[in-house]
Design a protein around this ligand. Structure first.
Ligand SMILES: *Cc1c(COP(=O)(O)O)cnc(C)c1O
Length: 369
């Protein structure tokens, strides 16, 4: 048996007719930028979040950086985020003109609220937690800190479309939620895409204008922005997939339950811990294993693909050398990044496939006793 790390094809084949029809309509009318598909998708997306506005943009990095920019961030302004995330989270802060302030993580692998409190200064301009792997961060404490200090909260929901905290969607707790539709995300398009969901008309207007050259209307530009729009083909595909994503997320939950059930007795690994009052959507199912290389090689020899998310915390990336951090600065993240292994995870994964993966994990450790 071969078990891929992820498989995007079944998503297409489940709704092939609808997607093909939507693409053919755009091919026929040649309205490739903006227009009805983008508007329809934005409305449906906003409704799915019970938010007033959703604005499509070119990718998740743009969603984050433009939202931060809307706060009017200057060179001395600090944005607090987690050191254990995909690089776009921190990159967006720099793109928006601010300073990155890293925090260590807790045992859910998300930003540690205590570390946030300790990192706040008079220059803190925003909090940018990430719901990594589709696991909600501790929003109760994070929101309390944001409210106490009157600092805007922006959520990086790139991996957490549809995850909930205390029964409410992540992305609705602060000023705005930022989404990515990179193909492998839970709601993925056929290229790059992103969106910002918010209740704040000023944020929505800014994101809409900045991503479209600071335009008021076709020939009037209020300020200089960029070309970071979501295009019509991506929006049309997303509009069809949006109708399925909750069902696909529910299937991921079943896959995660199988893993947790079948691996519960394997003492050599650490299983993912669910945030109290959180409903994750399992973008990734990540375990901790010592001596990860030989473990991954063993599984690979059995036809099982695994992934690394991520092998290096951001403070040790060459791109952030300039911040001057040394090894040991963020010990929890350093341990997690040294031991994390992402197991195969996608909505259509069968129980047999999960069984095959778990059986080989057990055999690996039995062989080493
Ligand atoms: C994917 C991702 C992004 C950015 O998305 P792009 O669409 O690739 O620009 C941001 N943050 C996190 C945590 C991500 O996983």
């Amino acid at each position: 048996m071969k078990v891929p790390f992820a498989d995007l094809k079944p998503q297409y084949y489940e709704i092939k007719d609808e997607i093909d029809k939507a693409i053919a309509a755009i091919a026929a009318n040649t309205s490739f930028i903006g227009g009805k598909p983008v508007k329809e998708f934005e409305q449906a997306l906003a409704a799915s979040f019970s938010r007033k506005f959703a604005c499509g943009v070119a990718n998740g990095t743009a969603a984050l950086s433009i939202t931060l920019r809307s706060l009017g961030i200057g060179p001395n302004d600090e944005v607090i985020t987690t050191v254990h995330t995909a690089i776009p989270t921190a990159e967006a802060i720099v793109l928006a003109g601010g300073k990155v302030v890293f925090c260590d993580i807790d045992d859910t692998y998300n930003i540690d609220p205590e570390a946030i409190e300790a990192a706040i200064t008079p220059h803190t301009k925003a909090l940018l937690p990430v719901h990594l792997y589709g696991m909600p961060a501790n929003l109760k404490e994070i929101k309390a800190i944001a409210d106490k200090h009157s600092i805007p909260l922006i959520e990086d929901c790139a991996q957490a479309q549809g995850a909930e905290y205390e029964g409410k969607r992540v992305g609705t707790f602060g000023l705005a939620g930022c989404l990515s539709f990179f193909p492998s995300k839970n709601l993925g398009c056929w290229g790059d895409g992103g969106a910002v969901v918010t209740d704040d008309p000023a944020v929505d207007k800014y994101v809409r204008m900045y991503s479209n050259h600071g335009r008021m209307d076709k020939y009037l530009h209020e300020f200089l922005g960029a070309n970071e729009r979501l295009d019509a083909l991506q929006a049309a595909i997303l509009n069809e997939k949006l109708k399925k994503v909750d069902e696909w997320n529910a299937r991921r939950r079943v896959v995660a339950e199988w893993y947790s059930e079948m691996l519960q007795d394997v003492s050599q690994i650490v299983l993912p811990k669910t945030t109290v009052n959180g409903t994750p959507i399992w973008h990734l199912y990540v375990i901790l294993v010592e001596d990860r290389d030989s473990f991954m090689k063993y599984l690979s020899d059995q036809g099982i693909s695994t992934g690394l998310h991520y092998p290096l915390p951001l403070h040790l990336q060459p791109a952030f050398d300039y911040l001057g951090f040394k090894k040991g600065a963020f010990p929890v993240a350093e341990k997690v990044t040294a031991q994390c292994v992402s197991l195969p995870m996608y909505p259509q994964m069968s129980r047999e496939e999960v069984q095959y993966v778990c059986q080989h994990i057990k055999e690996y450790f039995d062989g080493r006793k």
